[in-house]
Ligand binder design. Structure first.
Ligand code: HEC
Ligand code: HEC
Length: 376
């Protein structure tokens, strides 16, 4: 073999171990796309709350006022009982109310009035068809609709006292407005993101795709929410196991959190990975091209990223199937290497110690053999 060929294969092998680049079928995917994280309902809501209040935890001060962020909403609107606010619409339960607004007879009058030349200040024509679109429209064009009770009775087409949010001084970007609306959609049912459709509402209302701001605005959470749910190369194996919930189903020797799971097998892959591969069932699956692993490392990696490909005898196909989207490449390698250091002997020793009611043992801080840390 020529040196060139050898070199090529060498590079390929190195790449294979680092990224599985030479075997795309079983390669772990790229880390979750940043964009996806930033458009996730959790991220939008969190950022929206910051735009509204300037903080993640708005609390009433002694004077009954809420903190005010870039959007300045709480100067005028009421968000919680006991809050001093001006005579603008109460924004408690605004999500439920928003769904009714476009259906109001009065809304039809506004959209007729501004149907030809648009609302004078913004040129926009009221055309919301859903609650989310109504909320979006309210921020781009406050005068496009004023609910009953705002302005003189019966008057249609008055100028709203609410500033256009895209104009100075607020000058909110499209992304910020979508985030604020996401927050409005979540705030009445905290933690329930099922009504958070702000991005889709925006895209339907304007008939184009929402893009990320070129530069991260102040207070931009990035994809913090997503990162909390992603296994990272900088996490320790214990942290990965905790974040990913492996301990719910698996007993994992040396991991104090993972002592009770019985839905999946005891994870002693140093003992078992090779046995699994050698089993007639796995060999058959290999011939039928349902699985790909020929080494313990590949087997463990495959078990995590494609759990349904081979189901260990005596267990059901119950393992979550979305881990391949939740691990970065580095995290997967780290966890796989860690799991391959655990054998039956270790598990038995641990059982014996626990059986003997040994004191809650000292936390093992020392580097585990096989951890990738040394190589990074
Ligand atoms: C200077 C005071 C002021 C500020 C600041 C302000 N608003 Fe308003 N807002 C109003 C007034 C007045 C109305 C009622 C007239 C109208 O519909 O335009 C209104 C209406 C609304 C409505 C429609 C409510 C309904 O029941 O139909 C929404 C939603 C809303 N505002 C959200 C916001 C949000 C979110 C912010 C901050 C990003 C904000 N407003 C900032 C004064 C304000
Ligand atoms: C909801 C329960 C559940 C969770 C959570 C879960 N697993 Fe599993 N796992 C199973 C079951 C059931 C099996 C056996 C069936 C199969 O092979 O798919 C299994 C099999 C495995 C195997 C093959 C074990 C062997 O002995 O061949 C590995 C490796 C594994 N899981 C690792 C993990 C890791 C790592 C995590 C966390 C990132 C995890 N599992 C999370 C249920 C789970």
């Amino acid at each position: 073999m020529s040196r060139g060929v050898l070199k090529k294969w060498g590079v390929c092998l190195v790449l294979f171990f680092l990224f599985s680049a030479c075997k795309p079928e079983s390669a772990p995917p790229l880390p979750p796309v940043e964009e996806e994280g930033r458009f996730s309902p959790e991220s939008l809501v969190q950022f929206g709350r910051r735009v509204v209040f300037g903080t993640d935890r708005p609390v009433l001060n002694e004077g009954g006022r809420l903190p005010v962020g870039k959007g300045q909403c709480a100067f005028c609107h009421m968000f919680v009982a006991g809050q001093k606010s001006d005579r603008c619409p109460d924004l408690r339960n605004v999500e439920a109310r928003s769904n009714q607004r476009p259906k109001e007879d009065r809304y039809r009058k506004f959209s007729e009035k501004f149907g030809d030349s648009g609302e004078p200040k913004t040129g926009m024509k009221p055309h919301a068809v859903s609650g989310g679109e109504y909320l979006i429209e309210s921020l781009y064009c406050p005068s496009c609709y004023m609910p009953e009770g705002q302005g003189p009775k019966g008057a249609v087409g008055m100028k709203s006292a609410m500033p256009v949010m895209t104009a100075p001084p607020m000058a909110l970007s499209d992304y910020e407005i979508v985030s604020v609306v996401a927050y409005l959609q979540e705030k009445d049912t905290p933690g329930d993101y099922s009504r958070v459709t702000a991005k889709q509402d925006w895209e339907h209302y304007f008939g184009k795709k929402l893009s990320l701001p070129e530069k991260a605005p102040d207070g931009f959470p990035g994809n913090e929410a997503t990162l909390k749910k992603t296994a990272l190369g900088t996490d320790t194996p214990d942290v990965i196991i905790e974040k990913m919930g492996c301990f719910v189903c698996h007993k994992i020797p040396t991991v104090s959190l993972a002592r009770t799971g019985v839905i999946g097998p005891l994870l002693v892959l140093k003992t078992n990975a090779q046995k699994r591969i050698a089993s007639p069932e796995y060999q058959e699956a290999l011939r039928e091209d349902r699985v790909k692993a020929t080494t313990p490392k590949e087997y463990v990696r495959e078990s995590i990223t494609h759990p349904g490909a081979f189901v260990v005898e005596g267990f059901s196909d119950a393992m979550p199937t979305d881990y391949r989207r939740k691990f970065t490449v580095g995290a997967l390698e780290k966890l796989v290497d860690f799991l391959l250091t655990l054998d039956e002997e270790l598990a038995m020793q641990e059982e014996r110690e626990r059986f003997g009611e040994v004191e809650e043992e000292e936390e093992e801080e020392e580097e585990r053999p096989g951890s990738l840390r040394g190589r990074e």
